[in-house]
Design a protein around this ligand. Sequence first.
Ligand code: ATP
Length: 338
Amino acid sequence: MTDTQDVAISVRDLKTFFYTNNRCNRAINGVSFDIKKGKTLCIVGESGCGKSVTAATIMQLLPRLSRIEEGEIIYHSEDGDIPLHALERNGRDMRRIRGSEIAMIFQDPMTALNPVYSVGFQIKESLKYHTNLGRKKAHEKAVDLLREMGISMPEKRVNDFPHRYSGGMRQRAMIAMAMSCSPKVLIADEPTTALDVTIQAQIFELMDKLKREHGTGIMLITHDMGVVAELADDVAVMYMGNIVEAGTVDEVLRNPAHPYTRALLASVPVLGKGKNQDIQAIRGSTPDPYDRPKGCQFAARCDFATAQCEAMPAETHITPTHRVMCWRYKELSGHAAE
Ligand SMILES: Nc1ncnc2c1ncn2[C@@H]1O[C@H](COP(=O)(O)OP(=O)(O)OP(=O)(O)O)[C@@H](O)[C@H]1O
């Protein structure tokens, strides 16, 4: 994998399970990846594959009835490595890191914005908590942040309550709040799904700017391969709690090795691939997470499954950066393993 000095967060063999009615859902079943400084890692996959739980695990925002079962999440901070998996969910260390070092934005901005306080008040509170700026400086910084996020008349808008903002503006305000303490890592969970295409493009442009100008490491969760093509440096494809394929965006989009990645790519139009694309839905549906098949989780939906797929495929490196979990990837895609 990458040299740790380029890595903001490294996740290794992470397992997060849910327990309900004495049954266990292995929601994250042993995943490893790096969020690199100044790069965007896109986590992609269908609904229920574990994208949000991965984000919640890193942020220690897991719901009740779930817990980190195994593995490591190491935050490579300026002051040394911090094992996030070992911190108390709501302990002082985790609360300090959350927001000031690692920030998160959500699909619904109202998850992060409080309707009873002005947007400016909330940004200033975050600044007061995480920095030692005085009141006047915090106010100026809040206005600057809103301006940087493309909100017009920020001197006036800073005093407005969230309900006075449009959907796109709320999303920007949430990013402004997330960025208020110059976090080293931004975790974005489908931040533009509810927005129209123009606003979506503007938000992505903002995120790209953060990456370029502030060196922020971004983990962007999406189910949209078009977004991946546009924004990702690296891609991890998830299916039923595993990363079934990962690599640079070129490796994964140009040379997909896993039948699931290929099916995902065939199921959506991809930017830059022209108008006459053959769009095909992925057949079947994901298995019951509480009653999983043995072996490859995708086998029942895969056109290429054989008896061998009844055993869990090992992870194979095709290149130092491109890896896949499929018994048949070589014969299917003409890839040669290292
Ligand atoms: N609060 C919860 N209680 C019980 N199970 C949950 C909870 N949240 C997630 N899960 C389970 O964890 C697994 C992973 O879900 P997760 O929300 O991470 O998927 P996702 O890829 O983010 O999907 P989506 O795109 O729909 O948000 C699923 O099997 C889901 O049912």
